[in-house]
Unconditional design. Sequence first.
Lengths: 182, 104
Amino acid sequence: MLETIFIITAAIILISALLTITAHNVVHALLYLVVTMLAISLIFFILGASFAAALQIIVYAGAIMVLFIFVTMMLHQGEKSLAQERHLFHFTTSITALTLSSLLFFELIYMLFFTSADTANSMVTAQSSAIITVKDIGKQLYGPYSLLVVISALMLLSALITAIHISKSPATIQIKAKGDNL
Amino acid sequence: MIPISWVFFLSLSLFTIGVFGVLARRNLLFILISLELMLNAVVIVFIAASRYHSASTANSDGQIMYLLVLTLAASEIAVGLSLVIHMYRQHHHLDIDKLNKLRD
């Protein structure tokens, strides 16, 4: 039963990921990406990581997608940007990329299935061990992994400052500089 | 009972799709979307591996690494999208092949 659900979910993930990167309209690509994120959170549920699954829905399908959609809303120009995108990406321009990435794919397949015999028989499932609660993760985070929390905080702060600085419009910076000269 | 090689197969297929997106697309927004796909492929391996190594005791290391990757993805997207807005203000399109002003 669990295997069937896993296979269906994996098929949904792969198909919607392919549709994401081959779409011409950014909004369609983002909607397919939301489907991919939701299916990945189902994979996390099957693997028994319920906290990660909830975070996947809240942060990825919620926050990051909203960020993308806001930027698309500001930049999208309807039929004009669609025509631009059709000019930028079509099948004949992507043959080299397709060759390279399918080479990588077959190498990884070879590594996974034809080199070592023991990975094919090892099983992973949700019922194999004790349930991981959010309390366990919190204890781990503020115990042995506390450096990771500090690093994440520093990373978020630097990203915040960088985003504010880069997206400041050039006109405001010039006005600011004139004010400083006066 | 799911063989762990199935999860690895799913993850590497997703990663390869992301690599193809980064190589083939020339729009900056689509490159950022493909980067998201690749990060998600990595995260699936983290969680499956921590599940596989928790036969007797509960092992939450995979979910903690997931939290780190989530933070990384959020900051990367914030910086990347502000770069997208900046590029659109300067060039009025998002074609990365046109970003060769330093060469000329």
